[in-house]
Design a protein around this ligand. Structure first.
Ligand code: XMP
Length: 312
């Protein structure tokens, strides 16, 4: 569904419901839901289509933001989606140990993610998986820009279950329209996008619990300080390597955090947003005073293209 063609959310939802019922028949399905707008809309529509024949799972991979797991379970619970929590933090960290390359990280994340889901489905005798893949995910994966973690069939990967992607022809603005039409709360319909692999791809290079904790704290500070700034995405990234700084009057070879704030319609192109210097200074001051290991904070200025929104 291309941009510019009038889009009717009500017709879209009715067709999607019929479609899901047609595929699943009298059987059961699982929805993998991260609490983001895409997967929540897909799960909500699947719930309308299948009711008790849908199980919603939420995977804790260890790469979520502070408080995100609890918050997401609460929101999904309030929507009547009865999320089942699969805590697989240690499995993800084990599988990703020592991996540095961004695309390898995504591939291992994807494999681990779908093995966890696949095991859950097998043990429950379920063959259908609903997920919130949207058009931009497919376009970029096929174009060889990035392997979005949730794009499977389009690249010929077979995990032994049938994937249902009700939103795969929509772009982000249309998904938000559907969310509003469905009456989902603003905390879902207007939610800032967050990549499926989460903080895993916000740590450039090697990932371990300590490095994730640093970017988790920095992310919280950025989101708090820029609460009133209207942007497509605003986040912190832990850069590879170290730089010289000062702690307690002595040289400290510490970490560097980059801040990225972009405006975008559909994530296919993006522009950096001009942030008042005073705001940038408060972010830098808070990050360096609240996270002892960080000695430098940078603001990233590149549009997409030639950059991408994420650093990895
Ligand atoms: P890039 O970095 O490719 O990001 O300009 C475009 C949009 O996609 C998000 N993103 C991902 N989302 N799995 C996801 O579900 C991924 O592997 C992934 N990589 C990037 C990114 O946050 C932005 O909104």
């Amino acid at each position: 569904m291309s941009m510019g063609i009038p889009f009717n959310p009500s017709e879209f939802v009715s067709r999607a419901i019929e479609n899901i019922r047609g595929i699943v028949g009298g059987e059961m399905a699982v929805a993998a839901c991260s609490g983001g707008v895409d997967s929540t809309v897909a799960t909500y529509i699947a719930k309308m289509a299948l009711d008790d024949r849908l199980k919603t799972v939420y995977i804790d991979d260890g790469f979520r933001r502070e408080g995100e797991v609890e918050e997401t379970l609460r929101i999904l619970g309030d929507l009547g989606l009865n999320p089942i929590l699969l805590d697989r933090k240690s499995l993800f960290y084990r599988n990703l140990k020592g991996v540095i390359d961004a695309e390898r990280k995504r591939r291992i994340f994807r494999e681990t993610f779908y093995n966890v889901i696949g095991d859950f489905m097998k043990s429950n005798g379920i063959k259908f998986l609903v997920q919130g893949t949207i058009a931009a995910d497919i376009v970029e994966t096929k174009g060889g820009i990035k392997t979005q973690h949730n794009v499977l069939e389009q690249i010929g990967v077979d995990y032994g279950f049938k994937v249902i992607e009700p939103l795969k022809e929509l772009y982000k603005p249309q998904v938000r329209e559907v969310a509003r039409y469905l009456g989902l709360p603003r905390e879902i319909s207007e939610k800032m996008p967050f990549p499926g692999p989460g903080l895993l791809i916000r740590v450039v290079g090697e990932v371990n619990p300590k490095r994730i904790e640093i970017v988790r704290k920095a992310t919280k500070i950025v989101e708090e300080e820029l609460r009133d700034v209207d942007a497509f995405q605003k986040f912190a990234v832990l850069l590879p390597g170290r730089a010289t700084g000062i702690r307690g009057g002595k040289r400290k070879y510490g970490y560097m955090i980059a801040i990225r704030v972009v405006v975008s319609e559909d994530a296919i192109t993006a522009d950096p947003l001009e942030i008042p210097f005073s705001k940038l200074r408060s972010i830098a001051d808070r990050i360096t005073s609240e996270i002892n290991d960080v000695v430098r904070v940078l603001y990233e200025l590149t549009p997409k293209p030639p950059s991408t929104i994420e650093f990895e």
